[in-house]
Design a protein around this ligand. Structure first.
Ligand code: GLA
Length: 388
């Protein structure tokens, strides 16, 4: 090849690569541009999960209105894994006879399918992990049509460097398949994962141990998220674990607190209840459009506390349109009157206040807004400055 022709060929290759890269980058960025919304099998079904139940949850996500409200991922958690064949490829166990057919079914509903594995030799429930088979597993998931991977550490120890290496390895394997896949890191917040989760390709990373369906567990996790807010942004989110709304261990006020707090935190909203059996209030809590809009706000700011006085906490979340969402949380066992001072949430003017659970404009206020807040409950308001 003459020098001139070689130069032209090199230039053409460069042009091609430069068109390819921005496309890939744009695609990566648009994954989880707002906190992922979906459903996961673990909190309600644990190991009692199979393909038939997954199909029923997908059907219910559509018929209950969750899909229209923005929920899209149907995620299979642990215990789907079977054995590897003699070439090392993983196969599902008898509970999931045909993973590709299941993915096709979920996709036919306009939804996406998620799966679960571990970077270790075994998953937390003792099933086959991905160690030493990362590329093969990523390719298998892509061939099935998987859109989301929760990758759960499940080992008793590990240094930050070991964790980073393991997550990077799977991130690269997923990337090499060319299939956009949401990458969910699960290692319970060890080694300050929020500081490096984005760098190893995480779209979300668990910040805590497992949530349980009771007020103590939920509130301990939810109210301890302060300080992580600077690590959340479009494309990558702090994950204080999946929702328990509708599982029966909390009352309506407590579940409203759970949902409000997760929305203010810009946390992934992965429902964990049986979608085929929802009471009207569970459905209303999961699909309240004005509350979900707080979570899905495109600015992607994670909220934080501005007042923490004993059991009374006021949290704020800045919204893209310049309004401020304030959550008045009463962690005590008695109803109480709570106040948000506008100076605490960066508002100096008069503000129009809208109650997001009641779908009601409650009026214009100067300097502060007060409301009665039920025990373990919340009043969630959106405030917009108006000229005095
Ligand atoms: C860990 C995770 C849970 C769930 C189980 C499955 O405990 O934190 O969310 O995935 O493993 O075994």
């Amino acid at each position: 090849m003459s020098g001139r022709i070689r130069l032209v060929v090199q230039l053409l290759v460069l042009c091609f690569l430069s068109t390819l890269n921005p496309t890939l980058n744009a695609q990566e960025k648009s994954l989880a541009a707002t906190p992922p919304m979906g459903w996961n099998s673990w909190n309600h079904f644990a190991e009692k999960i199979n393909a038939r139940t997954i199909r029923m949850q997908a059907d219910a996500m559509v018929s209950s209105g969750l899909k229209d409200a923005g929920y899209v991922y149907i995620n299979i958690d642990d215990t789907w894994e079977g054995k590897r064949d003699d070439k090392g490829f993983i196969h599902p166990n008898e509970k999931f006879p045909d993973m590709k057919a299941l993915a096709d079914y979920v996709h036919s509903k306009g939804l996406k399918l998620g799966i679960y594995s571990s970077p270790g030799p075994k998953t937390c429930a003792g099933y086959e992990g991905s160690l030493g088979h990362e590329e093969q597993d990523a390719q298998t998931y892509a061939d099935w049509g998987i859109d989301y991977l929760k990758y759960d550490w499940c080992q008793s120890t590990g240094t930050a460097e070991q964790m980073k290496a393991a997550y990077t390895k799977m991130r690269n394997a997923l990337k090499n398949t060319g299939r956009p896949t949401v990458f969910s890191l699960c290692q319970y917040g060890w080694a300050n994962v929020w500081e490096w989760g984005a760098e190893v390709g995480g779209n979300l990373w668990r910040t805590t141990g497992d949530i349980e369906d009771n007020y103590d567990s939920m509130s301990r996790i939810g109210f301890s998220q302060s300080g992580h807010e600077k690590y959340a942004a479009p494309g990558h989110w702090n994950d204080p674990d999946m929702l328990e709304v509708g599982n029966g261990g909390m009352n309506e006020d407590e579940y409203r607190t759970h949902m409000s707090l997760w929305c203010v935190l810009a946390a992934p909203l992965i429902a964990g209840n049986d979608l085929t059996k929802m009471t009207p209030y569970t459905q209303e809590i999961l699909t309240n459009r004005e509350v979900l809009a707080v979570n899905q706000d495109p600015l992607g700011k994670q909220g934080y506390p501005v007042v923490q006085e004993g059991p009374f906490e006021v949290w704020m979340k800045p919204m893209q349109d310049g309004s401020i969402v304030a959550g008045l949380f009463n962690r005590s066992k008695e109803q109480d009157r709570m106040t948000v001072q506008f100076s605490h949430i960066g508002l100096s003017a008069k503000a129009a206040v809208r109650d997001l659970w009641l779908h009601k404009a409650v009026g214009e206020y100067d300097d502060s807004f007060s409301a009665y807040v039920p025990a373990h409950g919340v009043v969630l308001v959106r405030l917009k400055a108006v000229a005095r």
